[in-house]
Design a protein around this ligand. Structure first.
Ligand SMILES: Nc1ncnc2c1ncn2[C@@H]1O[C@H](COP(=O)(O)OP(=O)(O)OP(=O)(O)O)[C@@H](O)[C@H]1O
Length: 227
């Protein structure tokens, strides 16, 4: 089983209470979580990544237990070895492309040097056609280059799974189609399991082997398709 979830989480703010209750399993390595705004998609991804602790239940991914309340297991985000790609890409604005990619590999407090030497970084610069812009900073890049830098930073550590939060929403329509196809080809080539959350049904068409539809913190529908 690729993903097994049984989670319960209550979020409270001054105005409202939000309850997430999910019991779900998927054996496929490409899962799309679809749902309207406020359905609980980002909360779910954060609980898989270890950024938010469920109140109860368990999370198992690619054969490992990441969280199990009954057994007292709660791996840190680092121990989970999953890569999380945010909507905004969260690149470091003061670091160039090479440094941003190398950042995931760094040990200790200091940022990687502007000309850091590392074969793994060269590999991803080359793979994503970023070598020419490697010394530029994020504001000097196109939308596609920014996204490829964020993906390279996610992949350079060879994660056990890729978690993507609306990865194409900041791109214009042409680039979005192009990057979808690129990411799908890459996922197949690397065989890295992928969980992608989105509002967009086109992401379902391109990526989903399994689709999990959420509404108001519960499962609305689950569907499998063969691509
Ligand atoms: N830190 C928090 N404290 C209280 N409530 C929260 C918190 N974070 C999220 N929520 C609530 O949980 C619900 C689900 O939020 P979530 O971000 O998971 O939605 P989403 O499906 O990812 O939406 P979108 O597609 O708009 O990003 C929302 O009603 C939100 O207000």
């Amino acid at each position: 089983m690729f993903l097994e979830l049984n989670i319960s989480k209550t979020m409270r703010s001054a105005q409202q209470k939000f309850q997430l209750e999910l019991d779900y399993a998927s054996s496929h390595d490409r899962l799309v979580v679809l749902g309207p705004s406020g359905a609980g998609k980002s909360l779910l991804l954060q609980m898989i990544a270890g950024l938010l602790k469920p109140d109860r239940g368990y999370v198992r991914l690619a054969g490992r237990t990441l969280f199990d309340q009954a057994q007292g297991i709660n791996l840190t985000p680092q121990q989970r070895e999953v890569a999380f790609l945010f909507q905004s890409y969260a690149l470091f604005p003061h670091l160039n492309v090479r440094q941003n990619i190398a950042f995931s590999l760094k040990r200790g407090l200091f940022n990687p040097s502007t000309k850091i030497v590392d074969k793994r970084v060269d590999h991803w610069l080359d793979n994503f056609a970023l070598t020419e812009v490697q010394f530029q900073r994020p504001h000097e890049l196109s939308g596609g280059q920014r996204q490829r830098t964020a993906l390279a930073r996610a992949l350079v550590t060879e994660p056990r799974a890729l978690l993507l939060d609306e990865p194409f929403s900041a791109l214009d329509p042409d680039l979005r189609s192009h990057m979808r196809m690129e990411l799908r080809a890459l996922q197949e080539q690397l065989a890295v399991p992928l969980i992608l959350i989105t509002h967009d049904v086109e992401d379902v068409e391109v990526f989903a082997k399994d689709t999990l539809c959420l509404r108001s913190g519960s499962i609305d529908l689950q569907r499998q398709q063969t691509l």
